[in-house]
Design a binder for this molecule. Structure first.
Ligand code: NAD
Length: 500
């Protein structure tokens, strides 16, 4: 047993609703019951949408200052409760407590701080109209109305922050659907936003099956922006289901990101970066660096450093701060990883190293050994499909141009890493890579101030930074006429004469 059972109800119109079909959440750490959850149905989802729609007019008339004050209060609450958030995130997802503490919760706090304090976003700007001297124009950045957010199971707290904060900051109201596998921290955030003074209805959180709750959000005419994060296959389904409703759709989808080590890289640093790129949260991150592309001159030396560090990765209970290897969040996901692992063996990839977890991890949990396949050709399924687990494929190249071609030979374009001692060489290669983010001599560094999102089948639109905030706004143009440009004084196609 991980710890006492938590009960999660939907959060609708400012009230926690513990009603509906009850389901049990299993902690992937040891397979024990971690919580009970009440699943929302179509009716409850519609009630949440209606609540957000009713709250919109008043909320949209609040000032940016008033909204940021509430986000600042939330910031203090989450900072105070950081340990609780980290525990909930680990118990529910199986990521190590060290990762929850030092990455997810720490980053969530920094990102809430960004939205609570940013001065980058301004609600309007003044313009001149070159055609109409003396007139004045104001361009306002206005909210759309109700934003629907749909999140995957892998990064629940950050996803909730990224979907809720920019939408609220810009004066929209929100219905968030966290994954019904990992709803814990999103519900906690909703309660804390209420404690911070967010009026009822401005944020609603409902969870349940994607085919029920998600579909209701996609099809609703009342949802004006749908911000979806999940797999590319589901993203395409969502865009079909939303088709005809004229809502704006933002999509953060899957990836198969290359982590490229050039011949002049610092091999020790690169080896650690490659491991961090793929094994953080056991590879269950959309931007995980799951394809290692390495220059053939240094391949053997790099692989031996990688093995050296992998052997030192510690299995254990993810709630122990010393543990390096976390669990796979769902039993189903573990099965999918195993299936692709077996496909890799069938395809003839060489099993270079697989960490023997032995009895080092808690019994009953969902774990998969960190694995490296070498001699992987880019036509193999394991180099093309998103495995979403701790499996690294290794492909070698002979020139930077070839590295770019292999990197781009994927339907995805979410992120990439480049390791090199030459900034100009790395930048030259980065400029040839079709992806929304390229890290040079680092990986997984997500900044609240920087837009993130995908090229190609990895997405449409951006999250975070000013670019991400602007996605939640539509412009209104106010035109102020002037005497200098008065009606009747210039030819306008229709003569309105003062004379009989
Ligand atoms: P998924 O596509 O199965 O589900 C994502 C969400 O969509 C869940 O909340 C699910 O319930 C919901 N859903 C399912 N069917 C739906 C439907 N018909 N209509 C509306 N919603 C529906 O993805 P997952 O397995 O939860 O998460 C893993 C995937 O998410 C991976 O592909 C990963 O790369 C991707 N991801 C992308 C990013 C990014 O920022 N690009 C971040 C995290 C995860």
């Amino acid at each position: 047993m991980v710890k006492t059972l938590e009960i999660f109800g939907n959060y609708i119109d400012g009230k926690i609703d513990k009603d509906g079909e009850e389901t049990t959440l299993l902690s992937p750490i040891d397979g024990s019951e971690f919580g009970k959850l009440y699943l929302a149905d179509e009716e409850k989802t519609k009630a949440a949408i209606d609540s957000a729609e009713s709250a919109f007019r008043k909320w949209s008339m609040t000032t940016l200052n008033q909204r940021q004050e509430i986000l600042s209060k939330l910031l203090s609450i989450v900072e105070e409760k950081a340990d609780r958030y980290a525990w909930l995130e680990s118990a529910n997802t199986g990521r190590t407590l060290r990762q929850s503490t030092f990455m997810d919760v720490t980053i969530a706090i920094e990102h809430i701080r960004y939205f609570a304090t940013t001065t980058e976003f301004v609600e309007s700007r003044t313009i001149e109209h070159p055609e109409y001297p003396g007139t004045k124009g104001i361009v306002q950045y206005r909210p759309f109305g109700v934003v629907g957010g749909v999140a995957p199971w892998n990064v629940p707290l950050l996803m909730a922050v990224w979907k809720i904060m920019p939408a609220l900051l810009t004066g929209n109201t929100v219905v968030l659907k966290p994954s019904h596998f990992t709803p814990a921290t999103a519900f906690e955030l909703a309660k804390d936003l209420s404690a911070a003074g967010l009026p009822p209805g401005v944020l609603n959180v409902v969870t349940g099956e994607g085919s029920v709750v998600g579909t209701t959000l996609s099809r609703s005419e009342k949802i004006k922006v749908l911000s979806f994060t999940g797999s590319t296959a589901t993203g395409k389904r969502v865009s079909r289901e939303a088709g005809g409703t004229l809502k704006k759709i933002l999509m953060e989808l899957g990836g198969k990101s290359p982590n490229i080590v050039l011949s002049d890289a610092d091999l020790d640093k690169a080896a650690k970066g490659v491991l961090f790129g793929i094994f953080l949260h056991s590879g269950q991150l959309c931007e995980s660096g799951s394809r290692l592309l390495v220059h053939d001159d240094i391949k053997e030396r790099l692989l031996s450093r990688i093995k050296f560090y992998m052997e030192r990765m510690k299995p254990g209970n993810p709630l122990d701060m010393e543990t390096d290897i976390g669990a796979i969040t769902t039993r189903e996901q573990r099965r999918k990883i195993e299936e692709l692992y077996n496909r890799g063996l069938e395809e003839g990839a060489k099993l270079f190293f697989s960490h023997n977890l032995g009895t080092g991890v808690p019994e009953g949990g969902f774990y998969f050994p960190p694995t490296v396949f070498s001699d992987v050709s880019s036509t193999m399924d394991i180099a093309r499909e998103e495995i979403f687990g701790p499996v690294l494929t290794v492909t070698d190249f002979h020139s930077d141009g070839e590295a770019a071609d292999i990197a781009n030979g994927s339907k995805y374009g979410l992120a990439a890493g480049i390791w090199s001692n030459s900034t100009s060489r790395a930048t030259g290669l980065a400029n040839r890579i079709d992806s929304g983010t390229v890290w040079i001599n680092d990986y997984h560094m997500i900044s609240a101030a920087a837009p993130r999102g995908g090229y190609k089948e990895s997405g449409i639109g951006r999250e975070l930074g000013l670019d991400g905030i602007m996605e939640y706004t539509q412009t209104r143009h106010l035109f102020y006429g002037s005497d200098e440009n008065a009606l009747g004084e210039i030819a306008r196609g229709l003569v309105v004469s003062d004379h009989d």
